[in-house]
Design a protein around this ligand. Structure first.
Ligand SMILES: Cc1cc2nc3c(=O)[nH]c(=O)nc-3n(C[C@H](O)[C@H](O)[C@H](O)COP(=O)(O)OP(=O)(O)OC[C@H]3O[C@@H](n4cnc5c(N)ncnc54)[C@H](O)[C@@H]3O)c2cc1C
Length: 385
């Protein structure tokens, strides 16, 4: 958000991060990886971030496949079908964070403050006063909450949210394979949750295994040999031979949608505004689409906290994200049912090249970052308090 605004406006921007400033990761594979769709890559290119990411650590993906154990490629999409070279790239989160930090460090309009939290805010008609936990005070026209699912900004602004716990966790297992996984990412749905592969650099891959917290705990405590056997049993044969298990980790899964993305002199973006089931690989992509929408709304304003501009952002982005959250929720329900419905749906989804089925259209939207259109007017979600 800061890089986008700094590259297109004269606003002065302060970025607060409760975390430490990132250090340049070495060549070792980092635990967490993200897919960036083509719209997200374009935003990062325009904001000058991509030049700080070595292409060696970016893995293109140009094919998406989803299905069941019996029909592993029931739904499959190629970037070629829509005249693209690739749908997007996989990148390790820490490398992206480091690249963002480097970009911002070189921007004279931006002040970076790490290891510091916003602890309170007081909103006035023409400005907002923020207090940091080290006692420092900040006065600004607008505070943008990009502070994740447990957003303090959302809390301090009194913006409520709908939340749901899926009673599911994502276990990430990074592996080195005997053969490169190429440029296809796939996902196999099972009644207890999907298993997925994200191809990475140097014959490495990230396996994502969604299951109940109890099952995840069991696998977290297995030694490498036992875990490898469990993977062979649960993942399709196309995974190939695993040479080594590099690292594993677990993450709870939930859904959250803030009732509003904006209030007086406050806006929310990213996970602070919405948390989506990661099976769709959309969290960061939706957050970066928020960045484009909010920057578009603010760019022409002399006062970035202008209520009309914030309302424009909300009207554009809330319904788009609501459609995506609902779509992923429906996929989750659909695919955790027994398999007969999945098969018939997948078959229907593949039929008819002219008229794209809703599932195919939805998955294309996820892959490319083109918003789903709902056809509904959601302008009632204004920013009045
Ligand atoms: C297992 C898993 C796999 C995923 N895979 C994908 C994927 O493939 N593609 C994808 O697009 N998304 C994916 N996601 C989702 C993605 O990780 C999140 O959507 C994304 O990290 C959200 O980014 P964010 O910057 O909004 O929030 P966060 O990443 O949570 O960052 C919030 C930042 O705010 C800082 N902060 C917090 N509180 C304060 C405070 N009070 N003051 C100052 N700073 C504060 C934190 O230090 C942090 O730097 C996945 C998620 C999971 C769990």
């Amino acid at each position: 958000m800061a890089a986008r605004l700094a590259s297109r406006t004269t606003f002065t921007i302060t970025v607060l991060d409760s975390d430490r400033a990132p250090e340049m990761p070495d060549d070792t594979l980092q635990l967490r990886t993200t897919s960036l769709n083509s719209a997200a890559v374009k935003l990062l290119q325009d904001a000058g971030v991509m030049i700080h990411l070595s292409s060696h650590f970016l893995t293109d993906f140009n094919r998406l496949e989803a299905g069941s154990r019996d029909a592993p490629s029931a739904l499959s999409f190629s970037a070629d079908d829509i005249d693209l070279d690739r749908f997007g790239v996989f990148v390790e989160n820490e490398r992206l964070r480091h690249a963002l930090w480097q970009t911002l460090t070189a921007m004279p309009q931006v002040t970076l403050i790490s290891e510091s939290r916003l602890s309170s805010l007081q909103r006035h008609d023409d400005h907002v006063d923020g207090l940091l936990d080290d006692g420092r005070a900040l006065e600004s026209r607008l505070i943008i909450g990009a502070d994740g699912a447990r957003s303090q900004v959302r809390h301090l602004a009194g913006i409520s949210s709908h939340q749901r716990d899926y009673a599911q966790e994502a276990m990430i297992i990074n592996v080195r394979l005997a053969e490169s996984a190429g440029h296809t990412t796939w996902q196999i749905f099972t009644p207890s949750g999907p298993v997925a592969l994200l191809p990475l650099h140097d014959r490495q891959a990230s396996l994502i295994w969604y299951d109940s917290p109890g099952q995840v705990q069991k696998r977290m405590s297995m030694d490498d040999d036992a875990l490898r056997l469990a993977i062979i049993e649960a993942f399709p044969a196309r995974l190939g031979r695993i040479e080594a298990i590099i690292e594993r980790g677990r993450f709870p899964i939930r859904r959250l949608h803030a009732q509003r993305y904006a209030g007086k002199r406050v806006a929310l973006i990213g996970d602070a505004a919405h948390v989506i089931h990661p099976m769709a690989g959309q969290g960061i992509n939706l957050g970066l689409a928020d960045v484009v929408a909010l920057a578009d709304a603010l760019e022409q304003e002399s006062d970035p906290g202008n209520g009309h501009a914030l309302s424009r952002y909300q009207r554009r982005q809330w319904p788009r994200n609501a459609a995506m959250l609902t779509g992923v929720e429906q996929l989750h329900h659909l695919f955790t049912l027994p398999f007969a419905p999945l098969r018939s749906l997948a078959e229907r989804g593949l039929k008819g090249a002219e008229r794209m089925s809703p599932v195919k259209r939805f998955m294309m939207s996820m892959a490319t970052g083109q918003p789903l259109t709902t056809g509904k007017d959601h302008s009632r979600h204004d920013t009045r308090e």
